[in-house]
Design a protein around this ligand. Structure first.
Ligand SMILES: Cc1cc2nc3c(=O)[nH]c(=O)nc-3n(C[C@H](O)[C@H](O)[C@H](O)COP(=O)(O)O)c2cc1C
Length: 180
């Protein structure tokens, strides 16, 4: 089982990227979570650039998505939505269709007490537009993330949060297995 992790944050000390790494260490045997680090390398989407073949960074992202059994996206909330860089990455997948029926989980970690709820809602709207299959139980907002996650060690320090992330992974994996 191959899960592609995509972070909406380009920040070196990102809690959302650390959460992806933490999820990788929580995943059961036989489940690999590979973190994609190319969001910041993608050109700004324009239909004029959506050529055949596409720009190399776009081809790379699309091939990783095509090869993935499932996708796990962790994103901060920026200005009540998702960061532009993540939206750009998702826009590159509209015409090519890699998200169509792809089991996808959506997480948002925030230092505030809202848990990035608006960012999460915005992410769900966008992946919904791409046709992604977001199973019940595969969305999670994590408020006050700095008290629950050791960002440098990429380790979830709060047992309830670790259980919640495990439950998201289980929902995602069950969906991916059902579609095999
Ligand atoms: C440009 C910008 C906009 C932000 N907008 C919001 C927001 O609308 N709501 C919110 O809860 N946090 C907002 N934040 C705070 C982020 O949630 C916080 O910086 C978070 O730690 C970023 O995630 P990361 O650690 O994965 O980079 C914003 C931060 C930045 C830099």
């Amino acid at each position: 089982m191959n899960i592609l992790g995509i972070s909406g944050s380009l920040r070196a000390g990102s809690a959302n990227t650390a959460l992806l790494r933490a999820a990788a260490s929580l995943a059961a045997e036989g489940v690999a979570v590979t973190v994609y680090h190319g969001v910041g390398d993608l050109p700004h989407f324009s239909p004029d650039l959506d050529t055949d073949p596409p720009p190399a960074p776009v081809a790379h992202l699309r091939s990783l998505l095509a090869a993935a059994d499932a996708v796990l996206i962790c994103t901060p909330e920026y200005a009540f939505g998702i960061p532009g860089a993540l939206k750009n990455a998702l826009d590159w997948c509209v015409s090519s269709g890699e998200f169509d029926r792809k089991p996808t989980a959506a997480l948002s970690a925030s230092p505030g007490y809202g848990g990035g709820a608006k960012g999460l809602a915005s992410l769900l709207t966008t992946v919904g537009a791409l046709g992604a299959a977001v199973p019940d139980g595969a969305t999670l907002g994590i408020p006050a993330v700095r008290s629950r996650l050791d960002v440098e060690g990429a380790r979830i320090t709060d047992p309830e949060t670790a259980d919640a992330v495990r439950a998201v992974l289980d929902a995602l994996i069950n969906r991916a297995e059902a579609g095999r």
